[in-house]
Ligand binder design. Structure first.
Ligand SMILES: [Zn+2]
Ligand SMILES: [Zn+2]
Length: 180
């Protein structure tokens, strides 16, 4: 996924890519672990605006993933949709820019480019990875599994006795009571 600057005519360009998840090595890696699987296709929309040598990109990624709920362990479908913005500057101007504004490259979120070509794969992949929840939940209020009998409490209720949460805590309260 690359773009040559000469294709941005009149300072603006809109591109739409329908990608196979395999085009992104980072997503393949994640799939290998087995906790999230990107379905085909991954949709990427990018709008390029050029002002001088600065290229600003507004982007949108959309994908469907198979995830495992971290609470009840059920597989579920997650619809990923994320907007983002990127700025590309020529690699040669980067050191001057950062000393002038006294900011780290990371803070500016500037991506260097070389030979009038934007490398888009890595920054787009980053967006796809960041949009996946760290602790996926099938429902906002997933009830999880019963710690005693293991039933999925979203589907069935169980009749396990709700035990006192922590007996040590009870002892502590007792001791404190005596001190007073
Ligand atoms: Zn769940
Ligand atoms: Zn139970």
């Amino acid at each position: 996924m690359q773009l040559e600057l000469k294709h941005i005519r009149g300072g603006e360009l809109e591109q739409e890519y329908s990608c196979h998840p395999k085009e992104f090595p980072g997503l393949v890696l994640l799939t290998g672990v087995g906790d999230s699987v990107y379905r085909d296709p991954v949709l990427v929309k990018l709008r390029f605006v050029q002002s001088g040598r600065l290229i600003e990109v507004s982007g949108y990624v959309q994908a469907t993933l198979d995830l495992i709920c971290g609470c009840c362990l059920s597989p579920f479908t997650f619809d990923l949709a994320e907007e983002f913005a990127l700025s590309f500057v020529p690699e040669s101007t980067l050191p001057d820019l950062t000393t002038e504004v006294e900011l780290e490259t990371d803070e500016l979120a500037l991506i260097p480019y070389r030979e009038d070509r934007l490398e888009l794969l890595v920054p787009v992949q980053e967006q796809l990875l960041m949009a996946v929840p760290m602790h996926p939940l099938c429902l906002d209020d997933c009830k999880g599994l019963c710690p005693d009998c293991g039933v999925d409490l979203n589907k069935t209720a169980c009749h396990c006795e709700k035990k006192v949460f922590n007996s040590k805590f009870g002892d502590l309260a007792h001791l404190k009571g005596r001190e007073v």
